[in-house]
Design a protein around this ligand. Structure first.
Ligand SMILES: *[C@@H]1O[C@H](CO)[C@@H](O)[C@H](O)[C@H]1NC(C)=O
Ligand SMILES: *[C@@H]1O[C@H](CO)[C@@H](O)[C@H](O)[C@H]1NC(C)=O
Length: 213
């Protein structure tokens, strides 16, 4: 019995490797970068639309996992064994889809930032569509590392079942800052410039460590 399950496990592992290896090798496709750069272009206006059009210190309620920063990515990379970039990228889409939905939800139809935000969401969904299409369907059914699966489950939990302690208040601008910084980190091939070999995950990470004034 033990032996059977071990061999099934091994077979599953090998099959997983076999299915995954071409994906792991594949660089981010050009169409994906085009979509993300378009999104990056929209994000350059985020201060104007996410700060100036909202009351001072305005915050929205999000899952604590939706405060998804470079420090979270770096921590996961350190502590989650066998964590693949693709899993982090999937998580990035999952988190930020929810974030954008929550920002839009607080804005009345005639809010001056509504059009900007729905456009931003449309571009985000375009990028997600390209992302999904550029990988074989199997990778999206692949089992996630346990801690990532836990995060995923929390994010998709029915809001009424989320305990009070799991909510955070965050300014919309800072949520979009996170979206932008983590995008540069997780899709760095699309944003790397040849002259300044900048590591987007590290440079912002250092800045995060500076004491806040
Ligand atoms: C991303 O947007 C910033 C402005 O927010 C711009 O400086 C940068 O060049 C853009 N990067 C790419 C690759 O389009
Ligand atoms: C906004 O927050 C800052 C820092 O927490 C505080 O000093 C300031 O009084 C707040 N402003 C308003 C208008 O509530």
């Amino acid at each position: 019995m033990v032996q059977l399950s071990t061999s099934v496990y091994l077979l599953g592992g090998l099959l997983g490797l076999f299915l995954l290896s071409p994906v792991l090798m594949a660089p981010t496709p050009a169409s994906m970068c085009t979509a993300l750069k378009t999104l990056n272009g929209s994000l350059s206006n985020r201060r104007r639309y996410m700060k100036h059009n909202f009351p001072i210190n305005y915050t929205i309620r999000v899952h604590f996992e939706e405060v998804f920063k470079l420090s979270n990515i770096n921590r996961m990379r350190l502590h989650v064994e066998g964590l693949e970039e693709l899993v982090l990228q999937r998580l990035w889409f999952q988190v930020n889809r929810g974030v954008l939905k929550k920002i839009i939800r607080v804005m009345p139809k005639r809010h001056p930032s509504r059009q900007y935000t729905t456009e931003l969401e449309r571009r985000f969904r375009d990028a997600e569509g390209v992302f999904v299409q550029s990988h074989p369907a199997e990778v999206f059914q692949q089992e996630l590392p346990e801690s990532i699966q836990d995060t995923w489950d929390h994010l998709t939990e029915e809001p009424s079942r989320v305990p009070e302690s799991s909510w955070r208040s965050a300014p919309p601008k800072s949520l979009l800052d996170n979206l932008c910084h983590t995008m540069h980190c997780l899709f760095s091939e699309c944003f790397a410039s040849t002259e300044t070999k900048q590591d987007y995950c590290v440079s912002h990470w250092k800045r995060d460590l500076r004491p806040r004034s």
